[in-house]
Design a protein around this ligand. Structure first.
Ligand SMILES: *[C@@H]1O[C@H](CO)[C@@H](O)[C@H](O)[C@H]1NC(C)=O
Ligand SMILES: *[C@@H]1O[C@H](CO)[C@@H](O)[C@H](O)[C@H]1NC(C)=O
Ligand SMILES: *[C@@H]1O[C@H](CO)[C@@H](O)[C@H](O)[C@H]1NC(C)=O
Ligand SMILES: *[C@@H]1O[C@H](CO)[C@@H](O)[C@H](O)[C@H]1NC(C)=O
Ligand SMILES: *[C@@H]1O[C@H](CO)[C@@H](O)[C@H](O)[C@H]1NC(C)=O
Ligand SMILES: *[C@@H]1O[C@H](CO)[C@@H](O)[C@H](O)[C@H]1NC(C)=O
Length: 392
């Protein structure tokens, strides 16, 4: 007991010294002069943030925006000087830049990237299981020739990803990575998917009274068929009852936040629709859910994570992925289209493939699946409706 107490005291004392080291490092780095000025203006608030012990005090990683980033932030927010940055507004904001682990840029750059918890715990921006802090997702940016191996960090979707421009600057508590912009505070799941191109889905969610449920569930995964996907499925959707639509939306929601580093090829995950699961497939770095391609992954939301899907997930999936990238596989994807579920995933292809199969194909293909699924599972839909509503 006594030893433990002494140890804790020693740690606290040590971290006081370490926190100053962060400032020392920042003050010595020319391109961080504005950040240094902002933090100095906050008295001890920021250094207290670094001092506070996390669940496992395994070090910290601080993402520090460079002068250029802060300059443009101040201009767009009409702030004249770093001293004018309002403390109460900037703290939740800066806490998002403090990662509760010691993460090198190499760890972000490894295949699949990394999800890391931050000190952002303000419930307006972080509503996750176990009161965890909000996360960021870091990964090596693909197909960026001029800046090879650049690592980008995803936060709230509205501001876009930021890029690490100077990596692995060491300070006593871990690493500093200099980034070319501020992170963006995440918004609710519905706002996030709306921004990413699933406005029509949100219209359904609102009409069916599911909005608050979706946005207040702590730690969810929201699969959002794109506007084009909904458009293509309209003939089917128009014939579905509200109860069936509600079930379909529940089928597109998981009751835990699954970021891609937590997903494995072949993994089966229960959805919030009782008795219904989806299968994950990872093909050439692309993620498929019940055979439907994810056009975006790891879209960080206040209450979890979202994926924009290329189609509506069929209830049943036989495990066959239809390649969905147009150029080389167009013949293949059109020929494999008819039989079952996987085909709703490929309508994005149709527009680019053009030629013969264009207009009727996507709806005709999508239609039987959803319709068949709906009727085949009709009993589940009906019988389960009340229980399902209680679930949320
Ligand atoms: C900094 O500390 C001084 C003295 O405690 C206080 O008067 C001032 O309001 C503080 N400034 C900020 C920005 O918190
Ligand atoms: C929440 O905490 C409990 C108990 O510590 C743990 O078993 C569980 O895995 C945690 N859940 C998440 C999502 O981290
Ligand atoms: C952070 O990680 C680096 C490399 O793994 C290591 O050298 C350093 O000691 C770590 N720092 C802390 C404070 O854990
Ligand atoms: C997020 O959703 C919750 C639940 O509906 C709501 O209370 C809150 O105001 C929303 N927050 C934002 C930023 O939209
Ligand atoms: C929708 O319902 C109408 C009337 O029952 C029917 O004629 C039509 O074929 C249905 N459409 C689809 C796509 O199932
Ligand atoms: C699974 O579905 C695909 C495409 O929908 C089809 O080509 C294939 O024959 C099916 N495989 C099995 C084993 O049913």
């Amino acid at each position: 007991m006594r030893t433990k107490k002494l140890f804790t005291t020693a740690l606290l004392a040590a971290s006081t010294v370490k926190a100053q080291s962060f400032l020392e490092v920042v003050q010595k780095t020319p391109e961080l002069s504005l950040f240094s000025a902002i933090v100095s203006g906050l008295n001890d608030t920021f250094t207290d943030l670094l001092k506070s012990l996390g669940p496992s005090d395994a070090g910290r990683t601080i993402l520090v925006p460079n002068d250029q980033a802060i300059q443009s932030f101040m201009v767009s927010n009409n702030i004249k000087s770093p001293a004018d940055v309002p403390v109460e507004k900037v703290i939740p904001f800066l806490s998002y830049h403090v990662l509760v682990n010691n993460i090198s840029s190499a760890q972000f750059a490894k295949p699949g990237g990394a999800v890391v918890e931050t000190k952002l715990q303000d419930e307006r921006y972080a509503l996750l299981g176990n009161n965890s802090g909000q996360v960021v997702f870091g990964t090596r940016k693909e197909s960026e020739e001029k800046k090879k191996a650049a690592v980008e960090i995803k936060s709230g979707v509205e501001g876009g990803a930021v890029q690490i421009v100077k990596q692995d600057v060491v300070f006593n508590q871990g690493f500093i990575h200099v980034v070319d912009g501020f992170l963006t505070l995440p918004t609710n799941c519905s706002k996030t998917i709306e921004h990413q191109g699933a406005e029509r889905l949100v219209t359904y969610i609102k009409r069916l009274g599911l909005l608050d449920t979706l946005d207040s569930y702590p730690g969810a995964t929201c699969f959002a068929p794109s506007d084009a996907a909904i458009e293509n499925a309209l003939p089917v959707l128009m014939n579905m009852t509200d109860a069936q639509l509600i079930d379909a939306i529940k089928f597109h929601t998981l009751l835990d936040a699954y970021y891609t580093p937590n997903l494995k090829n072949g993994q089966v995950i229960e959805t919030s629709l009782i008795g219904a699961s989806i299968t994950v497939n990872v093909v050439d770095g692309d993620y498929y859910f019940n055979g439907v391609l994810a056009k975006t992954t790891n879209d960080i939301a206040r209450n979890g994570v979202a994926y924009l899907l290329d189609g509506i997930m069929p209830l049943t999936f036989n495990g066959t992925i239809t390649p969905s990238m147009p150029s080389t596989t167009s013949a293949q994807s059109t020929s494999t289209a008819p039989p079952t579920g996987t085909s709703t995933g490929v309508e994005g292809t149709e527009t680019t493939v053009g030629a013969g199969t264009t207009t009727p194909a996507p709806t005709a293909i999508g239609t039987p699946n959803v319709a068949a699924a709906a009727t085949a599972r009709g009993s589940i839909f009906m019988a389960g409706a009340l229980a399902l509503l209680a679930l949320f």
